[in-house]
Design a protein around this ligand. Structure first.
Ligand SMILES: Cc1cc2nc3c(=O)[nH]c(=O)nc-3n(C[C@H](O)[C@H](O)[C@H](O)COP(=O)(O)O)c2cc1C
Length: 367
């Protein structure tokens, strides 16, 4: 079976990603686990978790806030302080020693936050003062999200500088590259989409203006890493965190053209509703793939069969799995031999300690 599948597909064969050679085309999607220590610092336990999953062709780290303002959930790691850099170094060393590669996902949540998660107990910021439906996950439980404060135009250069600073921190921490989180209704997506951006300055109104933050952030991060080590995650039709767009085909088609001209190495596309239906009726993901010269990472609801099909039909260069990695540290091995997958316990997705985090065994019984 092993050899047969390997002959039929290149899903389990090495592939180039810029200067890197990935062991296979199976990516570990970014997965927030809310298990950082005080100061939003990654720990030795986090390093064990990522090391266990090092057989992924590429690991994309859980989303990591670029600044204190970028934080929106309890116990998520940051990527801006010296202590966080030292914590992440444990992770990147562990992954590299195990033969893996890891990108850091750079995150600013924008309005998906709460004063309890903000320094000085201030309001979270966004493109416009529009309150999302939903609750914030704070250290004392779920709390209603307040109406955010719109960022002033004169604050945007500082925000871009925060991205550049975080990109530099990721380099110091030993990552192999970075992914800009522009998906799932977080800050950059709040600027991109019509439902959340009512600005009248250079960062709102026209499509060109809504794309400006994404463009400037990407240029700044590429300035730190070079385009061949920067990817961007987009979720064109996802309503995650209460965002929507009047014309996603034009908004995201143009965004991808822009990313192509800047020269990032991949786009990572959440196809459908994040962690929900893959139903993509009315949206042509193939058009995004065709208009982009780098690699296309497909995500959302992929099974082994869908991933094999995606390679057969060339609808993806790489396939990112999210939930399947939670309970299967040896996911690539299991997919290759078509072994049964363990479903992770939802109660331990976010927060807590080792249970439901680093205690899922491999097929061979090892942990
Ligand atoms: C526990 C959990 C945490 C997640 N955290 C992140 C994250 O930090 N950044 C991100 O871009 N997506 C995040 N996602 C979304 C996943 O990356 C992925 O898009 C989603 O799970 C769909 O892929 P799947 O069907 O293979 O699980 C998370 C999903 C889950 C289940």
């Amino acid at each position: 079976m092993d050899t047969q599948v390997t002959q039929l597909t290149d899903l389990f064969q090495p592939v180039r990603l810029g200067p890197l050679t990935l062991q296979n085309r199976v990516v570990m999607a970014p997965l927030t686990r809310s298990r950082a220590a005080a100061g939003d610092v990654p720990t030795a336990m986090n390093a064990t978790y990522y090391r266990q999953r090092a057989e992924a062709g590429l690991i994309i780290s859980e989303a990591s806030q670029i600044s204190p303002q970028g934080k929106g959930y309890a116990w998520t790691p940051g990527i801006y302080s010296d202590a966080q850099i030292a914590g992440w170094r444990l992770v990147t060393d562990a992954v590299h020693e195990a033969g893996g590669l890891i990108y850091c996902q750079l995150w600013h949540v924008g309005r998906i936050s709460h004063p309890d998660l903000q320094q000085g107990h201030v309001l979270p910021v966004s493109a416009s003062a529009i309150r999302p439906r939903g609750k914030a996950f704070t250290e004392t439980g779920f709390q209603p999200i307040p109406t955010p404060r719109p960022l002033r135009t004169d604050e945007i250069p500082g925000l871009i500088a925060d991205y550049a600073h975080a990109a530099t921190a990721a380099k110091k921490a030993g990552f192999d590259g970075v992914e800009i989180h522009a998906a799932n209704g977080y800050l950059i997506d709040q600027f991109l989409r019509t439902k959340t951006n009512y600005r009248t300055d250079l960062y709102g109104g026209t499509l060109e203006n809504r794309l400006r933050l994404l463009t400037e952030v990407t240029r700044a991060v590429v300035g730190v890493w070079g385009g061949d080590r920067v990817g961007v995650r987009l979720a064109p039709v996802s309503g995650a965190n209460d965002v929507a767009d009047a014309d996603p085909a034009t908004t995201f088609g143009t965004a991808v053209q822009r990313l192509d001209s800047i020269g990032v190495i991949y786009i990572h596309i959440v196809e459908g509703q994040t962690i929900g239906p893959r139903d993509t009726t009315g949206f042509d993901f193939g058009a995004l793939q065709r208009s982009f010269r780098g690699l296309y990472i497909a995500n959302n609801g992929y099974t082994r069969d869908l991933a094999l099909q995606a390679r057969r039909e060339h609808t993806a260069d790489l396939v990112a799995f999210g939930r399947p990695w939670l309970g299967n540290p040896d996911l690539v091995t299991r997919l290759r031999i078509d072994a049964q997958l363990t479903e992770a316990n939802r109660e331990t997705w976010y927060g807590g300690a080792e249970a439901g985090y680093i205690d899922y065994p491999r097929l061979d019984g090892a942990v």
